[in-house]
Design a protein. Structure first.
Length: 254
């Protein structure tokens, strides 16, 4: 039986990165399904739409969009309803821009993979880095060239279903990519998000991410930027701090 792959993203069903991901998936299997939001859900994190009904529309064969839905909504819709059997592999992305460091905590791209793993699939979030000093146009060349090979490399070493993977492709010419590096995500010294007033009265504002310094040269940010490597970060579904759990046993009492 062919590997069944479900695709989602947080940039929307018409995003160019999803078309790139579809090509990656179809290089691996001919059993590829797409369930993606109808519009941009960047920063949605692992939000579920609760308290109101959602509906989906079919765009093409095995291609659906969830109107107003988050990436997590889309994965649940696909895995528990639209597919006649759940997917073996969930791919989320390819995101327009890097998902690194603590930003993964709010990333809809990462959440799409996380929900895929929670649903029992192998799950990979994929992002194509961009140098925003050179403009907002994303060059997809490295995701196109190395995407399928990166997925195959991860599939070859997967053990169990307690881990999902966050992948970033560097911003550089494809021939300069140094390989794949398995790295930690960068913990920041503080939250990367800040409030910025967007009008003189201060009644309107935007939350803008900025990268707190310093950065560890062995973690995802700098390995992607300086080493020009494809970064792969394994992330656990089990979030319990086990060391603290053991340390506190018998020490908390009323």
């Amino acid at each position: 039986m062919a590997l069944r792959i479900l695709l989602t993203n947080d940039d929307g069903v018409d995003a160019p990165g999803l078309a790139v991901m579809a090509d990656i998936a179809r290089a691996i299997s001919d059993d590829v399904w797409i369930v993606a939001p109808d519009g941009n859900q960047s920063g949605a994190g692992h939000r579920f739409t609760l308290g109101r009904e959602l509906h989906y529309e079919q765009r093409a064969d095995r291609t659906f969009t969830v109107i107003g839905g988050s990436p997590a909504d889309c994965v649940v819709t696909g895995m528990t309803h639209l597919l006649d059997r759940p997917a073996d592999l969930v791919l989320s992305g390819v995101n327009a821009g890097q998902n690194l460091g603590d930003v993964i905590n709010c990333s809809g791209t990462a959440a799409g993979a996380r929900e895929g793993a929670l649903q029992g699939a192998i799950a990979i979030a994929m992002s194509q880095a961009n140098n925003y000093e050179h403009g907002r146009e994303v060059d997809w060349a490295n995701a196109v060239r190395y995407g399928a090979a990166t997925v195959r490399a991860i599939l070859a070493v997967v053990e169990g279903r307690q881990t999902y993977y966050n992948v970033n492709f560097p911003w550089c010419p494809p021939d300069e990519v140094s390989g794949i590096s398995v790295v930690q995500h960068q913990r920041f010294s503080r939250s990367p998000f800040r409030y910025y007033a967007s009008d003189n009265a201060g009644k309107f504002f935007v939350a803008v991410p900025e990268t707190p310094l310093p950065l560890d040269p062995t973690h995802d940010f700098e390995v992607l930027r300086q080493d020009k490597a494809i970064t792969v970060t394994p992330l656990l579904l089990q979030q319990t701090d086990m060391a603290t759990t053991e340390r506190l046993k018998g020490k908390l009492a009323l």
